[in-house]
Design a protein around this ligand. Structure first.
Ligand code: ATP
Ligand code: MG
Length: 330
């Protein structure tokens, strides 16, 4: 049976891009596969952060994931630093990862460009990510499009390790991405992808009023200056894409006709989108409020997830150590 791993950084608020590109898929897949979903706090410390914010965001991320429908009786939902085998395998993988592969990663280039002094952690990020996945021998990784290049590197790392230490029968699988139709949600600026660390997001748990305040000024087809101008939905980088993600097919068809025929103004279109978004997001927000009121319960679920994850992680590390001759004292 395929085994699933995926992670999310507590680097900011869970947003609708994370939800549509990854988390919604996790919720669906947890019923069919043995699944591990991890809040990757060791990854989140590769950009500037304050310890108290990190602690709060980690719990908020857990609440957001559980409220989205992750079921801790089905999937192991846990925090990365509660399973120290992640960093142990990460170090081991550093020793078989070519530096050139790391330097050409697009996310390294983008994120390091924003830092005054570039720390090694941001370069080695995909090595730890490979360890996160391969620790569970996961072969399927539901992610957004931006992670496809990192997964390609995970496969290189798996291959390198197998070639060296398990040449007859590969020990590590070569993990493949599992994408959704909404694999790259644009940020509200209509430029970059929606990202926690950029601040161009709509939070999954924001109130209807907060969401409307963000949709109202969002960019649309720039050629459409007045309501009477015909529009082109394909040039509307945010709103039309979100309609396709949240609205039923007949509404999407209506948007298409009424935009091109100037039957609707952009505000009409945004109002219809808002209503459909709220239909899907309101139950999630309600569940999150309930969970937020029970922090001890959330902590228990995370501790239980970490215990279950560690059983598998320990088994992998034991095998890796034995194959590499790192078990001399045992
Ligand atoms: P950061 O800006 O700190 O990197 P992020 O918003 O990119 O945060 P991650 O924690 O890096 O979020 O990624 C979590 C998951 O969400 C990954 O599977 C990633 O591919 C997916 N994801 C992130 N942004 C988007 C997006 N705009 N559209 C679709 N999927 C996305
Ligand atoms: Mg990211």
């Amino acid at each position: 049976m395929p085994r699933i791993f995926s992670g999310i950084q507590p680097s900011g608020e869970l947003h609708i891009g994370n939800y549509l590109g990854a988390v919604k898929n996790w919720v669906a897949l947890q019923h069919e596969h043995e699944s591990f979903f991890c809040i990757v706090n060791y990854h989140a410390i590769t950009i500037p952060f304050a310890p108290e914010d990190l602690r709060r965001r980690t719990r908020e991320m857990a609440v957001g994931l559980l409220a989205s429908g992750l079921d801790s009786t089905k999937a192991a939902v846990f925090v990365q630093s509660d399973v120290p085998e992640h960093t142990e395998l990460g170090w081991i993988f550093n020793t078989i990862t070519p530096l050139g592969e790391l330097e050409r990663q697009v996310q390294f280039k983008e994120k390091s460009a924003k830092q005054e002094q570039v720390m090694a952690g941001i370069l080695n990020y995909p090595v730890l990510q490979a360890a996160d996945i391969l620790l569970y021998l996961a072969d399927t990784v539901p992610v957004g499009e931006d992670q496809v290049q990192h997964l390609e590197l995970s496969r290189v790392i798996a291959r390198n390790w197998n070639a060296r230490f398990s040449p007859d029968a590969p020990y590590f699988p070569e993990p493949q991405p599992r994408l959704t139709p909404t694999r790259r949600i644009a940020g509200l600026d209509g430029q970059a992808k929606m990202s926690k660390s950029i601040g161009n997001t709509i939070g999954l748990l924001e109130t209807p009023e907060q969401v409307w305040d963000k949709l109202r000024p969002a960019v649309t087809d720039p050629a459409r200056q007045r309501k009477t101008d015909a529009g082109d939905p394909d040039k509307c980088p945010v709103i039309y894409q979100l309609h396709k993600a949240f609205s039923p097919p007949d509404t999407v068809a209506e948007v298409e006709t009424k935009c091109r025929g100037a039957g609707w103004g952009c505000m009409d279109c945004k109002k219809a989108l808002h209503a459909n978004m709220m239909d899907e997001l309101t139950p999630i927000r309600t569940r999150a409020e309930e969970l937020m009121a029970k922090p001890a319960h959330v902590d228990e679920l995370l501790a239980d997830g970490a215990r279950r994850a560690r059983v598998v992680a320990r088994g992998t590390i034991d095998t890796v150590r034995a194959r590499m001759g790192l078990d001399a004292a045992q």
